[in-house]
Design a protein around this ligand. Structure first.
Ligand code: FAD
Length: 400
């Protein structure tokens, strides 16, 4: 059991002055004081309290007064309970958590630049939206043989559509998240796959239907056609090497693309055979927002993997135009987060947990709002907390 040894009290301590610490506490009895912790007691009897360095002694005394016992104290990002907070024993020599240290793999970037793109070939172009769904979303696979284009899960490639823009200049490249693992869908390290939605909107001035240049080009691309590819790019959405990690994935629509790559690497049988050094045994939680059931991209394979690895993979759907909340309003991704708030909050405090968000830009503000409320219930300022998570490379966002 952790003994509540006082810590150095100077908030200006350079190691810890602005750090947050997680107290795991058991045995707190109900009293008016507990309300001031703004943190509900869990059924398990333990609870996690996030405490800024400068309030550590004060919180310890308060917990003692309430009959609580501190089971462990961890700086956010540390892996072991601290015996003496003044000694940063839980971090490696670089001051990074173990998960981060493992993340350091050679990441390929910009192998092909816009001035000399790789010319690949479209091998297949398959529809992903089922009957009754909205819009056009395609799964495309390109042949990379004859070049040196290789990539990691979570990166993107650029596509340069043919033709010129309205000013007569060649079209600029558009980025797309890679939806396949580094080995490609054919497992021969010679393909890359994308998940592309055709952009379609009504011009706000004329009311005319407008179709996006590159997304229309890709969604209509014939197998056998050549296309110009650049990249890969991106280091924000890389998957940690840690096989025991918890990976929370928040996706809307084509935001599933990088998570398809993650999940295939984790659970696809051929992938597991090909990667003896990466046999995922952590916990992957996909929270996937779509308008209709028919828009659940890769549904069959995702559910197959979930059935095969029920302890390691959970899918939670938010189907906005079919499911409703108790008050009758539409069910969005952030509502699923709110529904699971206790578990979600507990998971994101763990240094092994990486949380990813991918999809249209509009998804970020409501999720942020939900997490602001959720953190406030735990007495935590979400903005600060998210900053810390970003510093630890545990909060990853790619929205477009
Ligand atoms: C890192 C990253 C990853 C991405 N990954 C994917 C992916 O996996 N799958 C995917 O499908 N897309 C992805 N995208 C988006 C993709 O890059 C393109 O932006 C998208 O396909 C549209 O390009 P386009 O050429 O078809 O549209 P464009 O012809 O370039 O048209 C886009 C322009 O249309 C206008 N516009 C768009 N919507 C409206 C509207 N509702 N009202 C008025 N004007 C509007 C805006 O001016 C916008 O800039 C990603 C983007 C980034 C940055």
């Amino acid at each position: 059991m952790y003994t509540t040894k006082p810590v150095a009290t100077s908030a200006n301590n350079t190691e810890y002055g602005d750090r947050l610490f997680i107290y795991e506490v058991k045995g707190l009895c109900q009293s008016p004081d507990i309300d001031s912790l703004e943190c509900p007691i869990r059924q398990s009897g333990t609870k996690f309290i996030t405490v800024p360095y400068k309030r550590m002694n004060q919180e310890m005394r308060r917990i003692n007064r309430m009959g609580g016992q501190i089971v462990s104290i961890k700086p956010m990002g540390a892996s072991l309970p601290l015996g003496n907070i003044a000694t940063p024993t839980t971090e490696n020599q670089n001051g990074k958590s173990m998960t981060q240290a493992k993340e350091k793999v050679k990441v390929p970037v910009n192998i092909y630049k816009p001035k000399s793109p790789f010319i690949g070939k479209c091998l297949s172009n398959e529809p992903l939206v089922q009957d009754g769904g909205s819009g056009i979303v395609q799964h495309l696979t390109f042949d990379l043989s004859g070049g040196d284009l290789h990539y990691l899960e979570g990166q993107s490639i650029g596509i340069i559509p043919p033709g010129e823009d309205k000013d007569g200049k060649p079209h600029k490249l558009r980025l797309y998240s890679i939806a396949s693992t580094r080995h490609g869908d054919n497992m021969d390290d010679k393909t890359v796959s994308l998940c592309v939605r055709q952009l379609e909107y009504d011009d706000p001035n004329t009311g005319e239907k407008v179709y996006g240049v590159c997304s229309s080009y890709l969604c209509n691309l014939e197998p056998g056609s050549d296309l110009a590819i650049t990249g890969p790019v991106g280091k924000e959405m890389l998957l940690p090497d840690d096989e025991d990690a918890t990976v929370i994935m928040l996706a809307t629509g084509t935001g599933i693309a990088p998570f398809r790559a993650f999940l295939w690497r984790m659970f696809d049988e051929l992938e597991r055979q090909k990667n003896p050094d990466y046999q995922f045994k952590g916990f992957a939680w996909l929270i996937f927002g779509v308008p209709y059931t028919a828009n659940i991209l890769y549904k069959e394979k995702l559910e197959e993997m979930q059935a095969k690895y029920p302890d390691n993979f959970r899918i939670t759907y938010a189907i906005s135009r079919e499911e409703k909340k108790a008050d009758g309003s539409k069910m969005y991704l952030q509502d699923r987060v709110a529904e699971n708030k206790e578990e979600f909050w507990k998971l994101i405090q763990d240094e092994k947990t990486h949380t990813y968000m991918c999809g249209l830009k509009g998804m970020e503000p409501p999720i942020d709002e939900t997490l602001t409320t959720l953190a406030a219930e735990q007495g935590v300022d979400w903005k600060e907390y998210k900053k810390q998570m970003k510093k630890q490379h545990r909060w990853h966002v790619e929205v477009y």
